[in-house]
Design a protein around this ligand. Structure first.
Ligand code: PEP
Ligand code: MN
Length: 357
């Protein structure tokens, strides 16, 4: 693996402390909305303002951002509040326009990171330009794709790089808008220990109530910063309104965060949890494999007109496994309970196979 020598993304005057906070509205809507939000954030000590002018939307018809007309508003806000400005770029032209407008930091959105052609186009546009770039994870849980984007931007001569963990798309949106899958950014940290990681709890959670616990978890995992959506009137936001909070609520939330020392213990804990995640992945794969085999047995039993439940076989399994478990320090009770659940599910699967026409 090639060693990348990242340089600090912290611009002059930004303190190196956890969390480094970048906050602002999902989108630039009007000059007034931007200015009012930025003033409130700045008065609470936020020094970096995020806001999108070009917004990739999953489907057409949504608000796609005000476009280049928003760039002078950002410049104005920067002059008035002294905040650094941070916007999303997705094409070569976005890069040129943003840099020309004096934007301080660029970010690459999740949909863009997933597309190597788009990332390469941005990288090519960045050649010879010295601006920090934050790279969001791709929408799909693919660490290699994320690393590939980092390498492409680095290859363009940009060494001031940070990443933003914004969660991963899933078909089921039960709790989170985007699944956190914390082991992926943790694995990235192992890969590039010097690369600053921001957590974007807004796009992971998709709802206000989740911002505080997600931010706390990011801090407990020793992330460097937070990238959060904040709007002076969240309910009236033109996009992502359910996940935006006022600058006042943001300030309250940040003050409630418990920031533990980045000591050995936290690092060890993260590492141990990463191992647990890996073991759980293996357990699931093994269970899926076991069920596949059970279904095959079901087919065999059906073809040979055999009953599904064969008590002697089940007793043999229970006895062998609990003995083996005991020799590995697993309590008999625990092993029995798990085997019982697995066996029941196997039977259920075989019943489905049997009854199939
Ligand atoms: C955003 O930050 O507003 C955004 C569009 O995020 P993502 O690329 O993570 O979906
Ligand atoms: Mn958004």
């Amino acid at each position: 693996m090639e060693k990348l020598n990242f340089e600090s993304i912290l611009l002059p005057g930004i303190e190196e402390k956890r969390p480094v906070v970048i906050a602002g509205p999902c989108c630039v809507e009007t000059e007034e909305q931007l200015l009012t939000t930025a003033r409130a954030l700045a008065s609470n000590g936020i020094r970096m303002l995020r806001a999108g002018v070009w917004k990739p939307r999953t489907k057409p018809g949504g608000f796609e951002g005000v476009g280049s007309v928003g760039l002078p508003w950002l410049k104005h806000v920067k002059e008035e509040t002294g905040m650094y400005t941070v916007i999303e770029v997705a094409t070569r032209d976005h890069v040129f326009e943003a840099v020309k407008a004096g934007i301080d930091i660029l970010w690459i959105g999740a949909r863009t990171t997933a597309n190597p052609f788009a990332v390469q186009e941005i990288a090519d546009a960045l050649k010879g330009i010295d601006v920090p770039v934050l790279i969001k994870n791709p929408v799909n849980p693919d660490l290699e794709l994320w690393i590939g984007a980092i390498q492409r931007i680095y290859g363009a001569g940009i060494h001031r790089i940070g990443v933003i963990h914004r969660g991963f798309s899933s078909y089921d949106k039960k709790i989170y808008r985007n699944l956190p899958l914390w082991h992926i950014p943790i694995e990235l940290r192992r890969h590039y220990p010097d690369l600053p990681i921001f957590c974007d709890p807004s796009h992971i959670g998709g709802r206000r109530e989740l911002l505080a616990p997600l931010s706390q978890q990011a801090m407990d995992l020793n992330f460097n910063g937070l990238f959060i959506e904040s709007h002076y009137r969240p309910d009236e936001a033109w996009s992502d309104s359910a996940q935006q909070i006022t600058p006042e609520v943001l300030d309250y939330m940040l003050n409630m965060l418990v920031i533990r020392d980045a000591n050995q213990t936290t690092e060890n804990l993260a590492e141990l949890r990463r191992q647990i995640d890996g073991v759980d992945d293996n357990l699931l794969e093994l269970l899926a494999k076991r069920m596949r085999i059970s279904r095959e047995i079901g087919v065999y039993k059906k073809e040979h007109n055999m009953p599904i439940l064969q008590a002697p076989r089940y007793n043999e399994i229970l006895e062998n496994r609990t003995k083996a478990g005991a020799s590995m320090d697993l309590s008999t009770d625990f092993v029995e309970k798990i085997l019982k659940e697995i066996h029941e599910e196997s039977i259920r699967q075989q019943v489905i196979v049997m009854n199939r026409k």
